[in-house]
Ligand binder design. Structure first.
Ligand code: ACO
Length: 325
C-alpha cells in the first residue's frame, strides 16, 4: 500500500531576531552573516513557549489539512533535540495537548535529520498495516540551547515546528525511497556535552557552558557539502530515478552555501528548490517540514511532482527521501 503525506502544517513564533539586532549583542555584522550563511533573521519562541507548544500549533494545521481528527491518530513521532524535558517525551506532551487519546507516542533524536528519520519510521508502520494515520513533527527551540555571547553559533539558529500526517495514498503516489545514514565518529563535531549521564548537570557544567550547543562549524560544513548531494543521489537511485527527474528539492536549511553546493551537484536551478533560510535560519528538525508546508501553501507542489527532501545534522546523521506528490 503506498504511503504518502495527507496534510502539512507549520508554526513559527512571532518574534523576529534580525542580523541588525545581533550586531548589538556580539561582534558580528549583517554583511558577514548574509554572505557566509544567507540568514537575515530568525524566529525566537516567547518565554512561555516550549517545543511542545510549537509542535502542537503545527500539528493542528496538519490535522486540519489532512481532514482527520486527533483521535484518529495511531502514532505521534516528534523529532527534536530540544524536548520540553528529558522525559516524558515531547510526543507524549503533544498527544495530551491534541487529545489524541488513541495514539502511541515517542520522540526521535537525529538532530536536523530527525524529520526524515521520522518519515521513514512512520511510513514503515503504515506500510506494515500496523497503523493508519501517523503524525510526524519536526520541532526545535534552539534559542534555549544557544549561547548568545558566541558569535560562531548564535547567528545560525532559530525556533519553529513543522508537521505532517501520513496515511495511504493512491497507487503511483507517495514515498518511493528513504536513504538514512549515520557516522558516530563525528558526534563530537556537533553536540551538547552536559546534562546527560556522561556529564550530569552541576555548577561546573554550567560554568563550562556545557549545556549550550557546541559546533565545529568548518568540519560540519565540509561534511554537509559531501553528504547532501550523495544522499539525494542514493535516494533517487533507490527510487529508480535520477536527478533530471526532480521537480522540487527541499534541503535542510542550515546555510545557503551548503544548499547551493547541493544544487550544483544535482544540476538543479534555484527555482526547483525551497529556500527560506534567510527568514528562519537553521531550525534543526523543523527546517524541512516548515519548508514543505510553505511549498504547499505557495502551490509549488502539484499531483505527480517528484519531491526530494534531504537533510544532515548532529550524530552525525543524514537522510534523504523521494516522494511522488
Ligand atoms: N560574525 C563575524 N565573524 C565571525 C562570525 C560572526 N557571526 N562567526 C565566526 N566569525 C569569524 C571567525 O571567528 C573566523 O575568524 P578568524 O579567521 O579570525 O578565526 C572567521 O569568521 C571565519 O570563520 P569560519 O569558521 O572559517 O567561517 P566559515 O566560512 O566556515 O563560516 C559557518 C562559518 C557559517 C558556521 C559555516 O562553517 C557553516 O555554516 N558551517 C555549518 C554549520 C551547520 O550547518 N551546522 C548544522 C548544525 S545543525 C544541528 O544539528 C543543530
Amino acid at each position: 500500500m503506498p504511503v504518502g503525506i495527507l496534510g502539512t502544517g507549520k508554526y513559527n513564533p512571532e518574534r523576529r531576531l534580525t542580523n541588525q539586532e545581533l550586531e548589538t549583542m556580539v561582534d558580528t555584522n549583517d554583511e558577514w552573516i548574509v554572505t557566509r550563511t544567507g540568514i537575515r533573521e530568525r524566529r525566537i519562541a516567547a518565554a512561555h513557549e516550549a517545543t511542545s507548544d510549537l509542535a502542537y500549533e503545527a500539528s493542528l494545521k496538519a490535522l486540519e489539512a489532512a481532514g482527520i481528527t486527533a483521535d484518529q491518530l495511531d502514532l505521534i513521532i516528534v523529532a527534536t533535540i530540544t524536548p520540553d524535558m528529558f522525559f516524558p517525551s515531547t510526543a507524549c506532551i503533544v498527544q495530551e495537548k491534541l487529545g489524541a487519546k488513541n495514539a502511541a507516542a515517542f520522540d526521535l533524536s537525529a538532530a536536523c535529520s530527525g524529520f526524515i528519520y521520522g518519515l521513514a519510521n512512520a511510513s514503515g508502520f503504515i506500510a506494515m498495516g500496523t497503523y493508519k494515520y501517523v503524525l510526524v513533527v519536526g520541532a526545535d527551540t534552539l534559542s534555549r540551547i544557544t549561547d548568545y555571547t558566541d558569535r560562531n553559533t548564535c547567528v545560525l539558529f532559530g525556533d519553529g515546528a513543522g508537521a505532517v500526517v501520513l496515511g495511504a495514498v493512491p497507487e503511483g503516489r507517495g514515498f518511493k525511497s528513504f536513504k538514512l545514514g549515520a557516522d558516530g565518529a563525528g558526534g563530537e563535531l556537533l553536540c551538547i556535552r552536559g546534562g546527560g549521564s556522561r556529564l550530569p548537570s552541576s555548577a561546573q557544567t554550567i560554568e563550562g557552558k556545557h549545556h549550550f550547543l557546541y559546533m565545529n562549524g568548518r568540519d560540519v560544513f565540509k561534511f554537509a557539502v559531501r553528504v547532501m548531494g550523495s544522499a539525494a543521489e542514493e535516494a533517487l537511485a533507490m527510487a529508480g530515478m535520477d536527478k533530471e527527474n526532480i521537480d522540487l528539492l527541499i534541503p535542510h536549511q542550515a546555510n545557503i552555501r551548503i544548499i547551493q553546493s547541493a544544487l550544483e551537484r544535482l544540476s538543479l536551478s534555484e527555482d526547483k528548490c525551497m529556500i527560506n533560510v534567510d527568514r528562519y535560519g537553521n531550525m534543526s528538525a523543523a527546517s524541512i517540514p516548515v519548508a514543505l508546508a510553505e511549498a504547499v501553501e505557495e502551490g509549488r507542489l502539484k499531483e505527480g511532482d517528484r519531491l526530494v527532501m534531504v537533510g544532515f545534522g548532529g550524530g552525525l546523521t543524514w537522510g534523504a527521501s523521494v516522494l511522488v506528490w
